[in-house]
Design a protein around this ligand. Structure first.
Ligand SMILES: [Cu+2]
Length: 456
């Protein structure tokens, strides 16, 4: 047993005091696997217990467990982590087991769950299990339901998963700071019957946001609205992996919002139905069709669709500022202003100065302006037809023929069938017919047909 404990200590890279051993019947703590890669990991097939169809966490992973005496035991380490937000930018966040968000916890309705939480942060913490029905003393509100977990200490949460669905976990201790630093994770409870609500691909991600000044690494924790990094699972476009989907698959996407504002998440190319909320599954007769789900703060939603339309379909937050990288909100609107003369004068003083914005802002996506170290461009990303001019909460759903069942690798850009891409008109273009300013004259009169209005 001593050697088990020693190997655990090595694996976790930490030193735990005697108090770390719980009285929950565990002779030793389960291992706490650490993940340092931000790449989407393949689904984790359950090694034991009731069978289920595992989920795929966008730019994330599922936490392995060990089964002991009828309990599934997990070990979360709350700790400072480094997260690549997108290539070119690293953030120093707080998270769990090497990443922010923490690993997804998957289990099955009826499972008895024991979760060890070790605090390696510089301040106390707790974990609240958002949406899960459990004994009051396991609900994780520091001071209300339990004492705070002091730095260096390990606490145990034990409860039975009463129902299947889509849930999340986050601290209920110094919340403003700990959520602004990236502490959160996903919980998926699968139905006892794997045939119930079965889908072929089941994706999960959390909507989060950070305020990190260009050139710095640590989020500003007091920001309430003016965040500059709008992220999914602490990644921003082009760092968010695509949702890779096989033609014909039934697909579910589960999301949770732990930011300070709502996010209308819009998916192109499909209509879909909302099938699950934090409260549980929506009965088939009550599912409603959407192309956009407005994700309120603290909400979870799952929607489903049949992948019958091939292509690279955009999926993004519909608040246009949330599909942008960091920018100053005091940028003046220069559209229609010819400031070339001014630019020449400024150039004499500031050699790198570039005048921009008099025709819109698209130039910024095309030119890739020089930016400070450790930040992201405001508009970026290259597609098969040029600059995509996005950032933040944007990625694609790539629906493809002929993928293998468990293949989630990026298949590259969609190869459009001939004649199905919007193209330039090269024939003559007549002047548009404009409505006359004189009342009763022009287009309005021309479209009136005799007999349409029953005047006299
Ligand atoms: Cu948004």
């Amino acid at each position: 047993m001593q050697s088990t404990r020693r190997s655990f200590l090595q694996a976790a890279g930490t030193v735990l005091g005697a108090a770390a051993i719980s009285r929950a019947g565990a002779a030793s703590l389960p291992e706490a696997p650490i993940q340092t890669s931000a790449a989407t990991q393949p689904p984790l097939a359950p090694p034991d217990g009731r069978p289920y169809n595992p989920v795929v966490t966008l730019n994330g992973w599922t936490l392995p467990w060990r089964s002991r005496d009828g309990w599934k035991e997990f070990h979360l380490i709350a700790e400072p982590v480094e997260r690549e937000i997108a290539p070119g930018m690293i953030a120093r966040l707080w998270g769990y087991n090497g990443q922010s968000p923490g690993p997804t916890i998957e289990c099955v309705e009826g499972d008895k769950i024991r979760i060890f939480v070790t605090n390696r942060l510089p301040e106390h913490t707790t974990i609240h299990w958002h949406g899960i029905l459990l004994p009051n003393g396991m609900d994780g509100v520091g001071g209300l339901n339990q004492p705070q977990i002091k730095p260096g200490k390990t606490f145990v949460y034990e409860f039975e998963m009463k129902k299947s669905g889509t849930f999340m976990y986050h601290p209920h201790a110094d919340e403003m700071v700990q959520m602004a630093m990236g502490m959160m994770g996903f919980i998926v409870v699968h139905p006892k019957d794997p045939a119930l609500y079965r889908v072929d691909r089941d994706f999960v991600f959390l909507i989060n946001a950070y305020d990190i000044d260009p050139g710095s690494f640590t989020p500003k924790i007091s920001t309430m609205l003016d965040f500059n990094l709008w992220t999914w699972n602490s990644r921003a476009f082009p760092g968010i992996d695509p949702f890779v989907v096989r033609m014909g698959d039934r697909v579910r996407i589960r999301m949770g919002n732990l930011t300070m504002t709502n996010h209308p998440i819009h998916m192109h190319g499909y209509d879909f139905e909302v099938t699950c909320t934090d409260g549980g599954w929506v009965p088939k007769s009550a599912r409603w069709p959407e192309t956009t789900i407005d994700m309120a703060v603290g909400q979870m939603r799952a929607y489903e669709f049949d992948a019958i339309y091939p292509g690279d379909w955009a999926i993004h937050c519909h608040k246009s500022h949330h599909t942008m990288g960091p920018m100053g909100h005091d940028v003046p609107t220069m559209i229609g202003v010819d400031h070339r003369g001014v630019a020449e004068k400024i150039l004499k003083l500031v050699p790198d100065y570039m005048s921009m914005g008099d025709r819109g802002m698209a130039d910024m996506g095309e030119m890739q302006m020089p930016i400070p170290d450790n930040t992201l461009p405001m508009m970026t990303g290259q597609g098969p037809f040029g600059a995509i001019e996005m950032g933040g909460m944007f990625t694609t759903v790539k629906v493809r023929e002929g993928l293998a069942r468990n293949d989630y690798r990026d298949p590259g850009w969609y190869d459009h069938p001939k004649g199905t891409v919007s193209f330039e008109w090269t024939g003559p273009v007549d002047e548009p017919v404009r409505r006359s300013e004189k009342p009763g004259d022009g287009v309005e009169v021309q479209v009136k047909k005799p007999g349409r209005h029953d005047h006299h």
